[in-house]
Design a protein around this ligand. Structure first.
Ligand SMILES: CC(C)(COP(=O)(O)OP(=O)(O)OC[C@H]1O[C@@H](n2cnc3c(N)ncnc32)[C@H](O)[C@@H]1OP(=O)(O)O)[C@@H](O)C(=O)NCCC(=O)NCCS
Length: 268
């Protein structure tokens, strides 16, 4: 999950969330919402859910106006869409959506780690337990990765294959890693890089393997990859009620930003 910070538009969506989808994403299931957006409003289906649209700021630097949003919501209603959600938004980016009738679905923490201040970053992760291996993620891992994601996240935040691909495409460069165990995937992470800013886009450990240092190892791997590419800052976000993830991020040195993010929803 990722969104705006300090007024800047971030390229992602949230962590525990979904990536900002490409507006051209073909909709293969359910109600098609293609063609309903414009340069200021991006519209796609939410995680393949037929009746739910994902509506977010478009690629233009201007925020959508209330009029833009009303037009889109009106078209969604006409297509039979009863619910829309936004990607994670900064307080600034959320404003027109709130004015257009969206309400808050969930608050997210936005956390940052400044690579310039911390020469070492997170404490060195201990070696992975026997039988676990950290490696690059490939297409053939997708089925397992989606299963890990489904076990790690509650339904609203779960990725389907399209959302995983979108998370990987959300930034100009990305790093896709898995930890395997006897051939299967036990955990995975997607890290993005846009300019000098890094984003820990997604991190999930299968509940069966939690507490073994896999999360920490993936975070450390992400830091190493970003540092080599001269990133200066790493951002991550997580649901306010995800105390476990928050504890993990704090334990490796992430600091909460003063203003968090919100995911909004609109119901017809
Ligand atoms: C959050 C998550 C990635 C943690 O992965 P993990 O492999 O269990 O974490 P680790 O074993 O590497 O623990 C890392 C550190 O976090 C801290 N930690 C872990 N679990 C904790 C808990 N329940 N409470 C407090 N701190 C905890 C510990 O300080 C640990 O440091 P240590 O190595 O010094 O003990 C995993 O629980 C998960 O996938 N959760 C569901 C999806 C999710 O929330 N993803 C990330 C946020 S969106």
């Amino acid at each position: 999950m990722h969104a705006g910070e300090g007024g800047a538009r971030l390229p992602l969506y949230a962590v525990s969330s979904a990536a900002v989808p490409n507006p051209a994403t073909p909709v293969s299931r359910g109600i098609s919402v293609t063609g309903l957006g414009n340069s200021r409003v991006r519209v796609s289906n939410w995680q393949g859910d037929q009746g739910v649209a994902l509506v977010g700021p478009g690629r233009a630097s201007l925020l959508p106006s209330i009029h833009d949003l009303h037009k889109v919501l009106d078209r969604l209603s006409k297509r039979g869409v009863a619910r829309a959600v936004t990607p994670a938004l900064s307080q600034r980016d959320a404003k027109p959506f709130l004015q257009a009738g969206f309400t808050t679905h969930e608050h997210l923490h936005l956390l940052a780690f400044d690579l310039r201040n911390g020469p070492h970053g997170p404490a060195l992760a201990p070696p992975l337990p026997d039988g676990f291996q950290l490696r690059n993620g490939h297409r053939w891992h997708e089925h397992d990765v989606i299963a890990v994601d489904g076990a790690a996240f509650e339904s609203f935040w779960r990725f389907d294959p399209a959302a995983l691909r979108e998370a990987r495409r959300a930034t100009p460069r990305h790093h896709y890693r898995v930890i395997t165990n006897h051939g299967g995937v036990a955990a995975y992470a997607v890290t993005g890089l846009a300019g000098q800013r890094g984003y820990l886009q997604r991190l999930a450990v299968h509940p069966r393997f939690e507490g073994n240092g896999l999360g920490r190892a993936l975070i450390q791997d992400s830091f190493t990859w970003l540092r080599k590419r001269e990133a200066t800052r790493i951002m991550v976000n997580t649901q306010e009620r995800n105390q476990r993830a928050l504890a993990v991020y704090r334990s490796v040195g992430f600091e909460p930003e003063p203003s968090g993010l919100v995911v909004l929803e609109w119901l017809r």
